[in-house]
Design a protein around this ligand. Structure first.
Ligand SMILES: C[S@@+](CC[C@H](N)C(=O)[O-])C[C@H]1O[C@@H](n2cnc3c(N)ncnc32)[C@H](O)[C@@H]1O
Length: 272
């Protein structure tokens, strides 16, 4: 079984703590509203795939209660935190089971599941079509799949800045996306998911898109964090350390705002 990963970020890096914290504070309310719309009853069996730091796994565990189960899996459990606060290991706490698992090559960890959720995962995996089929296959009849992905869309600066700073912002973001693409990510994948789900025989395919302004003390921190996590490949791709330093100062500047990444959320049901 292949064990290498091309996933661009390192969950063990110091920056990963902040990365997950910014992602969760932006994305969790959006995901929670989709889960609310879809309904996660007590007693349901769920799979949270590529669980990261585990906030949605913990939310699902609360929703399903002691008669249900949530299996939270990730290639790297370093930041996955259980309701008791323990981090980084396989095990179970109440209805939450944590497993190290590579969704590209391993069989689903149990199932069939009533709900499967994967956020910002498949876009990173070149094997995304096969993985989507694996997830659809792990649903019980009537079960729901919720996939959420960032999408390539212009991250416009929303506050007055020098034209040179606007150019710098675009150049760094474009280079980040190029580096992610070189590692196998596809930022056009989110909008392909509805058709891919339909081809797999899923029904009730429903798509929503969310973007909002990010400010210097909130979401734009993700740009700074990512620029640190990916510093080496960004320099190799032609940016200079001076440009990265000026970019970090720009996104940290009080009052700075830019449009967030666009989140595409797609849900679908297995007939039956
Ligand atoms: C961008 S993070 C998103 C984390 C979480 N889903 C969230 O939205 O907060 C992607 C996660 O997917 C995990 N991952 C990457 N490749 C994976 C694979 N092949 N199988 C399982 N998890 C993987 C990473 O370790 C990381 O925790």
């Amino acid at each position: 079984m292949p064990t290498e990963t091309r996933y661009a970020f390192d969950n063990r890096s110091d920056e990963a703590v902040d990365q997950f914290q910014v992602l969760e504070s932006f994305l969790d309310p959006i995901t929670a509203s989709h889960l609310d719309r879809l309904g996660v009853p007590a007693g349901a069996h769920c799979w949270e795939v590529g669980a990261g730091a585990g906030s949605i796994a913990r939310l699902l565990a609360e929703l399903v209660g002691p008669t249900g189960s949530v299996t939270a899996t990730d290639l790297d459990l370093a930041r996955l935190t259980t309701p008791t606060g323990s981090t980084g290991s396989t095990g179970s706490t109440g209805s939450l089971l944590v497993r190290r698992h590579d969704v590209r090559y391993e069989q689903p960890p149990g199932g069939p599941f009533d709900l499967i959720h994967a956020r910002l995962l498949l876009l990173h995996l070149p094997e995304r079509h096969e993985v989507l089929a694996t997830l659809a296959g792990a649903l019980r009849p009537g079960g729901v799949l919720l996939i959420e992905e960032f999408d390539r869309s212009p991250l416009s600066v929303l506050t007055p800045v020098d034209p040179a700073e606007r150019d710098l912002f675009s150049r760094v973001i474009d280079t980040v996306l190029t580096v992610l693409g070189d590692r196998g990510a596809d930022l056009d994948w989110g909008r392909q998911v509805p058709a891919a789900m339909t081809r797999l025989g899923l029904t009730e395919v429903h798509t929503t898109i969310h973007a909002e302004s990010w400010s210097h003390d909130g979401g734009t921190r993700l740009h700074e964090i990512n620029s640190r996590q990916l510093q080496e490949p960004l320099l190799a791709a032609g940016l200079t350390l001076d440009e990265l330093t000026r970019f970090r100062a720009l996104v940290r500047r009080p009052g700075f705002k830019a449009l967030s990444y666009t989140l595409v959320s797609i849900s679908a049901r297995k007939p039956g």
